[in-house]
Design a protein around this ligand. Structure first.
Ligand SMILES: Cc1cc2nc3c(=O)[nH]c(=O)nc-3n(C[C@H](O)[C@H](O)[C@H](O)COP(=O)(O)OP(=O)(O)OC[C@H]3O[C@@H](n4cnc5c(N)ncnc54)[C@H](O)[C@@H]3O)c2cc1C
Length: 334
């Protein structure tokens, strides 16, 4: 038996990775159980191709606290003999998985690309050396596994099956020292490059010797998409972006981003390495032969000083300034 911790958006809606996680779970055992900790999910929307679904409802203010999930999960797990427990990697899921591994004294394997069952162990595949190589390893059947969400392709539930649902009433206190205070939407300047759905990257093409780099235009674009700004190694060396915002083989890798907007970036192999898992790429470059266009879904051959203000205008007129709507518009275009 395999247990899946189904990831939710705001505690109320199953994330696409949840369906992919159930598909992965089927590779590990003959029966799959879904475990959902929510704060008001509409049960009619739960269509998971699994044996059964166990639900625990938390008050809305308790849902964002991972120690309460760990406690609830542990109480539920005590009565069961599940084999592997699967999570889709995210900051909160990783915390819950680690806490649970500690409480249940089980092995934990993080950021797995794939796992299959082989006799009395699980064979797992992981990325190593910044994605340049794969490691194949073995772990016990009772392991707790977090899947790298970049390798959990978002799938829509194709099943009409409504597995029997069981409601559990568990008094989970969590850590009394942790209280939910407020929920705040992060602005583009605060969102980490590795967490954002949409990221803007700038390169040497944005640099101007006279010091007038027109970063104001880039900031305007960042605002309409609520997207953090990173850059190439050259952008980092020219002080257009801070060092920790370098994207590429010697910087960060954008594993969560749906959209990357590359502005004045040629598309060197080292830079492409950092964006290999991005789903859609929009490139703005003055040179039609720039290699970035080979990797881009949508290319704009233009001076960025002309293209960026127009892009900002189009997006503003089309959808107001709502980040998620803007991302869907852009996704539909690329
Ligand atoms: C060991 C090693 C590690 C490295 N690691 C990284 C890394 O992690 N990340 C990384 O990015 N690089 C890395 N590099 C550097 C990499 O090889 C490239 O030099 C770098 O990516 C180029 O940056 P760029 O695209 O900003 O600049 P360039 O290659 O100079 O490209 C600038 C682009 O801007 C365009 N342009 C110019 N003016 C305009 C305009 N007005 N409007 C629109 N477009 C314009 C040009 O046509 C050109 O395509 C590494 C190199 C080495 C050797």
């Amino acid at each position: 038996m395999t247990l899946c911790y189904i990831p939710l958006l705001d505690g109320k809606q199953i994330k696409p990775e949840g369906y992919a996680l159930v598909e992965q779970a089927k590779k590990l055992g003959d029966s799959v159980t879904a475990f959902i900790i929510h704060c008001g999910i509409d049960e009619q929307t739960i269509r998971l191709d699994c044996e059964d679904v166990h639900l625990i409802e938390l008050p809305e203010k308790q849902w964002p606290i991972s120690s309460i999930h760990i406690e609830a999960f542990r109480s539920f797990q005590e009565k069961r003999t599940d084999e592997a427990i699967l999570f889709s990697s995210s900051p909160m899921a990783n915390e819950i998985a680690a806490g649970l591994a500690f409480k249940l004294d089980r092995p934990l394997v993080n950021n797995v690309m794939d796992a299959v069952r082989e006799n009395q162990h699980l064979s797992i595949k992981k990325e190593v050396y910044g994605g340049k190589a794969c490691l194949y390893d073995e772990t016990g059947l009772c392991s707790i596994i977090t899947y790298d969400s970049a390798f959990l392709p978002p799938v829509k539930s194709e099943t009409d099956r409504r597995a029997p649902a069981f409601h559990l009433h568990i008094k989970a206190e969590g850590n009394a020292n942790i209280r939910f205070i407020e929920k705040k939407k992060l602005g583009w300047e605060e969102i980490g490059l590795t967490e954002a759905a949409c990221v803007i990257g700038i390169g040497r093409g944005v640099y101007s010797l006279d010091g007038n780099n027109r970063l104001d235009m880039i900031k305007e674009l960042a605002k309409v998409f609520n997207a953090p700004v990173g850059g190439s190694k050259v952008a980092d060396e020219l002080k257009l972006v801070p060092k920790e915002r370098r994207i590429g083989s010697s910087g960060v890798s954008l594993d969560q981003a749906d959209i990357y907007i590359a502005i004045g970036i040629s598309g060197s192999s080292q830079h492409l390495d950092g964006i290999k898992n991005v789903k859609h790429i929009l490139a703005i470059n003055i040179d039609p032969a720039a290699p970035i266009f080979k990797r881009a879904d949508l290319g704009i051959v233009s001076d960025f000083k002309e293209a960026v203000p127009q892009l900002v205008e189009i997006i503003k007129n089309k959808s107001g300034v709502n980040n998620s709507e803007n991302i869907s518009h852009l996704k539909a275009s690329v």
